[in-house]
Design a protein around this ligand. Structure first.
Ligand code: NAD
Length: 473
C-alpha cells in the first residue's frame, strides 16, 4: 500500500519521516503514515489563517451547503471508510448490536448533517425607546483539534464540523495509533472545501504539544486522557487559547431494586462493552442492589459468554481486539489486582489469543470500591459489578472519584430514578440507558473529566466569541 500523505492547504504533502500503523487484530502493518515536522505544522497553520479570511466571510448558509455536500461525498465512500476503520482501530465492521465500524460511520454522517443544520443568529437582549442591545457571535480563527484512538472518525467530526460551520478553519491531529481514516477524510474533503479550511497533520504527542502552544491557533478542542488534557491546558496559556477538554471518565451505573433484569441486561451489557469498553462514556462501574445482584450477574454472564472475539473483518465477530498493547496491559493489570483481592471472575479474565491485542469480555463480581478495577478507568472489556444495600451508599460510591463524565440510574420508577440521577456528579446522567450521545444534546464532563461542552447549540457556541453591540437611539 502507498504511504498516506498530510493534507495541507488543499494539497497532499509528503514528509521526510514515516511510521507504521498496525492492525490490532494481527499486528500487521496497515499502512505507513507521515510524521509531520514542525515546518509542516507551521505551513498548515499559515494556510488555515489565510483561508480564515474568506471562509469566515461566507454566509453560514453557504458553509452549511458545503458541509452537507461533504457528507454526501463521504457517504459515497462508505465501504472504504468502514474497512479502514476496522483495520486500524480493530472494531468489527458490524459487531454485536450493530455497534461496530458501521455504527461509527453512520453516526459520522448523522452528526455532520444534524450539526450543519444548526444556526447562529443574533440575540436581542434589550430593545426599548432608548437602546437596543444585540449579541452577535464571531468565529475565533484557527481551531486546533487533537483526538484519541477509540472513535477516530466520529470524535474528529465532533470537533471539525461545528468549528467549520461557525466560520473557523481547522488544523487537526488524529491519534498516532489511528491516523489513516482522518488522512483519507481530509483528502476527500478537499473535493468540497476551499484550500486551507481543513488541514490534517499526523504524528505523536510532540506534535500535539506544538499545536497546543502554537501562537497562531486560537482554540484547542481536545478529546483524550486527563493527564494530556492538563498538559495541553498549561501549554495553551501562551496566547490564552480557548479550550474544550473532553477527558477520561469512570462512569457509574446504579441499578435500583425494582428493575426487571431481563428487560435491561442487554442494554447494560451494550453500554459497558460498546467498542470493547473503549468508549469515554461507557458504563465502567456497575452498582447493583443486593435484591437483584445474583440475577443481574447471571444475565450479564449469559450475554458475555455468547460473544465471539475475533478479527473485525470477519462477519460473525462480535467484539474485536483492544486497539493497542498499552491499553491491553492496563486491562491485564487491573484484572490481576482484582484476582489478588479474591474477586470472582464470572467469565473471561485470561488472554487466550495472542496474535492480536485480544482480551475476552470479562465480568468481575465480589469486588468493592478501592480495587483498582473499580477506581481506575479500565477503557476495555472488563466490568466490575459491585453489590449495594443502601442507595445512599451507591450514590456516595458513584461520586467518590475525581472524574465526572457520565452516569446512569436503572429503575422502573422514573421519579425515584430522577431523584438519584440529580445527585450524581457528572456532566450527563441517563435513566434506563447509558452512553447514548446525540448531536442535539450538550455533552461534557465535570471535575477531572474536563470542561466545556460539545453538541447542540451550547457546543456550537464554544467555537465563537461574543460580540455585543449597544445601539443608543
Ligand atoms: P491520550 O491523551 O494519550 O492521547 C490523545 C491525543 O493527544 C493523541 O492524539 C495524542 O497524540 C495527543 N497527545 C499526547 N500527548 C500530548 C501532549 N503533550 N500535547 C498535546 N497532545 C498530546 O489519550 P488516548 O489514550 O488516545 O485516549 C484514551 C483516553 O481518552 C481515555 O482516558 C478516555 O477516557 C479518553 N476519552 C475521552 C472522551 C471524552 O469525550 N471525554 C472520548 C474518548 C476518549
Amino acid at each position: 500500500m502507498k504511504p498516506f500523505k498530510l493534507v495541507i492547504n488543499g494539497s497532499l504533502v509528503e514528509t521526510s519521516e514515516y511510521f507504521d500503523v498496525l492492525n490490532p487484530a494481527d499486528k500487521s502493518v496497515v499502512a505507513r503514515c507521515p510524521k509531520a515536522t514542525e515546518a509542516d505544522l507551521n505551513n498548515a497553520v499559515a494556510a488555515a489563517n489565510t483561508a480564515f479570511e474568506s471562509w469566515s466571510a461566507l454566509d453560514i448558509s453557504e458553509r452549511r451547503e458545503l458541509l452537507l455536500k461533504l457528507a454526501d461525498v463521504v457517504e459515497d465512500k462508505a465501504e472504504e471508510f468502514k474497512t479502514l476503520l476496522t483495520k486500524e482501530q480493530g472494531k468489527p465492521l458490524q459487531g454485536f448490536a450493530n455497534l461496530g465500524a458501521g455504527f461509527e460511520f453512520e453516526g459520522t454522517l448523522n452528526w455532520i448533517r444534524t450539526t450543519a443544520n444548526f444556526d447562529i443568529k443574533p440575540k436581542i437582549i434589550e430593545d426599548n425607546d432608548t437602546v437596543r442591545i444585540e449579541l452577535h457571535r464571531k468565529p475565533l480563527g484557527v481551531v486546533g483539534s487533537i483526538t484519541p484512538w477509540n472513535y477516530p472518525l466520529l470524535i474528529s467530526i465532533w470537533h471539525i464540523i461545528p468549528a467549520l460551520l461557525a466560520g473557523n478553519t481547522v488544523v487537526m491531529k488524529p491519534s498516532e495509533m489511528t491516523p489513516l481514516t482522518m488522512l483519507r477524510f481530509g483528502e476527500v474533503a478537499q473535493e468540497i472545501l476551499p484550500p486551507g479550511v481543513l488541514n490534517i497533520v499526523t504524528g505523536a504527542g510532540e506534535l500535539g504539544a506544538l499545536i497546543s502552544s502554537h501562537e497562531d491557533i486560537q482554540k484547542i478542542v481536545f478529546t483524550g486522557s486527563t493527564p494530556t488534557g492538563k498538559a495541553i491546558m498549561k501549554s495553551a496559556s501562551g496566547n490564552l487559547k480557548r479550550l474544550t477538554l473532553e477527558l477520561g471518565g469512570n462512569d457509574a451505573g446504579i441499578v435500583l431494586d425494582d428493575v426487571n433484569v431481563d428487560d435491561i441486561a442487554e442494554k447494560i451489557f451494550a453500554s459497558a462493552f460498546i467498542n470493547n469498553g473503549q468508549t469515554c462514556a461507557a458504563l465502567k462501574r456497575l452498582y447493583v442492589h443486593e435484591s437483584v445482584y445474583d440475577e443481574m450477574c447471571n444475565a450479564l454472564t449469559k450475554i458475555a459468554t455468547s460473544m465471539k472475539n475475533g478479527n473485525g473483518m470477519d462477519k460473525d465477530t462480535d467484539l474485536g481486539p483492544l486497539q493497542n498493547e498499552q491499553q491491553l496491559n492496563i486491562v491485564k493489570e487491573l484484572a490481576e489486582d482484582a484476582k489478588q483481592r479474591g474477586a470472582t471472575f464470572l467469565c473471561g479474565g485470561e488472554v487466550v489469543d495472542e496474535k492480536g491485542y485480544f482480551y475476552p469480555p470479562t465480568l468481575v463480581s465480589n469486588i468493592e470500591d478501592g480495587a483498582k478495577l473499580v477506581d481506575i478507568e479500565q477503557f476495555g472489556p472488563i466490568l466490575p459489578i459491585i453489590k449495594f444495600h443502601d442507595v445512599e451508599d451507591a450514590i456516595a460510591s458513584a461520586n467518590r472519584l475525581g472524574v465526572g463524565l457520565g452516569g446512569s440510574v436503572w429503575s422502573q420508577d422514573l421519579i425515584k430514578a430522577q431523584r438519584v440521577a440529580s445527585r450524581m456528579q457528572c456532566g450527563t446522567v441517563w435513566i434506563n440507558s447509558h452512553a447514548a450521545v446525540l448531536p442535539i444534546a450538550p455533552f461534557g464532563g465535570v471535575k477531572d473529566s474536563g470542561f466545556g461542552v460539545e453538541f447542540g447549540e451550547e457546543g456550537l457556541n464554544e467555537y465563537t466569541s461574543v460580540h455585543t453591540i449597544h445601539i443608543y437611539k
